[in-house]
Structure formats: structure tokens, C-alpha cells
Ligand binder design. Structure first.
Ligand code: AVJ
Length: 330
């Protein structure tokens, strides 16, 4: 099977190999090509989350420097009553990028019994593993996972609960990984998914001392560096890459203009790299952008949400104003 892009022909063998993993489709191949073979090479951060990457991220959440997860969890513990009160006897709680659903367990324990939990995650096998453990721990709760890439429109199963409202749950400041334009698109997609009267419970990281931010994305133990490098191992497996992980160095810098952390992998020497059937040369010290993590102000985020049709109901923050969780209605 040959195609104009040369993608299929070069990767048939890899594609066959990849099929025993979660194989990438043609669009994903094109997306990877556009990024990596662009002027400034970049790679989609969604490829952080294969099984190894998901487990490395769980380890990151335990790090002293990485404050977002524990800070958000403290806000949830503090205000879960108000949050579930606000959600009410909604039909479904739809979590985008659910991962380990660790943070969600608090909500699942307090929410109205009739609420169905719909975890959505790109890592299918990890998702089903987590869903099984949730069913064991919450036997009364309906749990209906969807393996999907939430950055692309996906269909929800038709809802049995007629009157009930749907609420999207998007914790962890994952919204920050998207440039403002795409973040606005995603917020609109969520709004269209739940419809008028639907809700959004979202966690977003707040602007703060750049030294605190850079430490959070470049921890002393080097776990974030492993998480970043694992992206290359995953792409070697599913997209015909031949990255030599020893030949890259992890970099995390705070961009004051754009109010965001930028993670890169820096090439330690001049080297040729093949990926999705094409090859490019990386110069010594040339950087591949692997993740953006935007940081917000409460008012700035409220404005962005309003532009996508969301009305702010309530914002909860921690005492240091490091992190915020917001409830919005469509
Ligand atoms: C899970 C995407 C929110 O951007 O803070 C953690 C991922 N990257 N350390 C973030 C991440 C580096 C994290 N999100």
C-alpha cells in the first residue's frame, strides 16, 4: 500500500508491528509529520501517555516540586460538598483524559448516586484497568469508560437519564497544554457536548514565581526527564521512529510573555532521525518542543471560558493561590 506522503510505504512493517499496540492512524501520522518536520520541530504531547508514560506521570504527581496535583486535591477535599451540590443529580460526569482517576475518587464518593461516571482516555488498556478497580470500589456507581482522543470530537453514548444534566470534568490543568486558540475550541466542544444547562468543573494552574514553575517541570530526581524521554520510546514503537534516547537532554523553561512552561528535548549531537517514513537532521543543541503548560489568572481564565459560552458559577483556590478549580454553566 503506497501513498503520496510515503508514510504508508515506509511504515508498513512498523505499521504491522504498531498494530499490536494502539496503532496510529493516517491523520495521527500526518499530525506527527507536520510537527516534527516543521521549521521548529515539535512532537504531540499526547504520546506521553502510553502505559509507561502514564505510570511515570503518576510518579511525577508524588514529587515535592510538582505541586499541582496535591494542591488541586486539597482544594477538592476542602470544597467537595459545594462541588457535588453544584453538580446535583446530574446524568453523567464526563472526565476528559481521566488517567488514573485518582482525583475523581473523591467526587465518586460524594456525588449523587444516580450520576454515571464516563472516563475518557487515549490509553485504552490503562483506562479499562482503572475502570475495573473503580467498579470494585464503587459497586453502586454506573461506570462507562470511552477510549478516545478527547482532542478530537468523539461521540457519547445516548443518555438514558432524560432530565439530568451532563457535567464535563477536566482536572489537572490539562487545558494548559493547549495554545489559547485550541483551548477555546476544546471548551466550545465541551459546551456543545453537554448542551444548554450542562456544566464544566475544571482545574487550572495559576501564574506564580517562575522558579517554582521550572522546578515543578524539572525535578531533582529526573522523573520528568524520564517522562519526556519516554515520548521518544513510544514514537519509536508506534510511528516508525529511530530516536536514540541517550542523545537527548530534558529542558523546561518558563516563557514570561506567553505565561507558560515549555518542555523540550535538546539534541546532544548532530544526528539524522527517521519518523513516520521521513528523515530529518537535528543539529547539536537543536530543540524539539514536547509540551506547553499555560498558567492563568482567575479573571483571564473566566474570560477565555466566557468566550466559549461558559458562565462562571464559582471558583475555589488554595490559600497560596497556586491552583484553581472552577464551576461553569452553559
Ligand atoms: C497532566 C498535562 C497537566 O502539564 O502539568 C507534568 C503534565 N508535564 N509534568 C502538566 C506534566 C510535566 C501535566 N498535565
Amino acid at each position: 500500500m503506497t501513498s503520496s506522503t510515503g508514510f504508508a510505504s515506509a511504515c508498513d512493517a512498523d505499521y504491522a508491528v504498531a498494530s499490536c499496540y494502539r496503532s496510529i492512524d493516517r491523520d495521527e501520522g500526518m499530525e506527527i509529520q507536520r510537527g516534527f518536520f516543521g521549521e521548529v520541530p515539535s512532537l504531540p504531547s499526547k504520546y506521553f501517555y502510553d502505559r509507561v508514560g502514564s505510570e511515570l506521570f503518576d510518579a511525577i504527581c508524588e514529587l515535592d516540586e510538582y505541586y499541582p496535583t496535591r494542591t488541586e486535591a486539597s482544594i477538592m477535599r476542602e470544597s467537595v460538598d459545594e462541588m457535588v451540590e453544584s453538580i446535583g443529580p446530574a446524568g453523567r460526569l464526563i472526565e476528559y483524559g481521566s488517567g488514573s482517576s485518582l482525583k475523581t475518587r473523591l467526587l465518586l464518593g460524594y456525588m449523587h448516586a444516580d450520576v454515571t461516571y464516563v472516563p475518557v482516555d487515549i490509553s485504552g488498556d490503562y483506562l479499562n484497568q482503572v475502570a475495573e478497580s473503580l467498579r470494585r470500589d464503587f459497586p453502586q456507581r454506573r461506570i462507562s469508560p470511552i477510549a478516545a482522543d478527547f482532542t478530537r470530537p468523539f461521540r457519547l453514548r445516548s443518555s438514558t437519564a432524560s432530565q439530568a444534566r451532563d457535567v464535563v470534568y477536566f482536572p489537572g490543568s490539562t487545558i494548559g497544554n493547549f495554545k489559547p486558540a485550541f483551548a477555546a475550541t476544546l471548551l466550545s466542544q465541551m459546551r456543545n457536548q453537554v448542551g444548554t444547562g450542562g456544566g464544566l468543573l475544571i482545574g487550572f494552574d495559576l501564574q506564580k514565581d517562575p522558579a517554582v514553575l521550572e522546578a515543578a517541570y524539572d525535578d531533582r530526581r529526573g522523573i520528568t526527564a524520564l517522562f519526556n524521554l519516554n515520548l521518544l520510546r513510544h514514537l519509536n514503537r508506534v510511528a516508525g521512529g529511530d530516536f536514540d534516547l541517550e542523545a537527548y537532554r530534558h529542558i523546561a523553561l518558563y516563557n514570561e510573555q506567553e505565561h507558560r512552561i515549555e518542555m523540550h528535548l535538546e539534541s546532544c549531537r548532530e544526528q539524522a532521525v527517521s519518523l513516520v517514513g521521513r528523515t530529518r537532521t537535528l543539529a547539536k543543541s537543536e530543540r524539539i518542543l514536547t509540551e506547553l503548560s499555560h498558567k492563568y489568572t482567575v479573571d483571564g481564565f473566566t474570560e477565555m471560558a466566557a468566550a466559549s459560552g461558559w458562565k462562571r458559577e464559582q471558583i475555589w483556590t488554595d490559600a497560596n493561590e497556586y491552583f484553581a478549580v472552577g464551576m461553569f454553566w452553559a
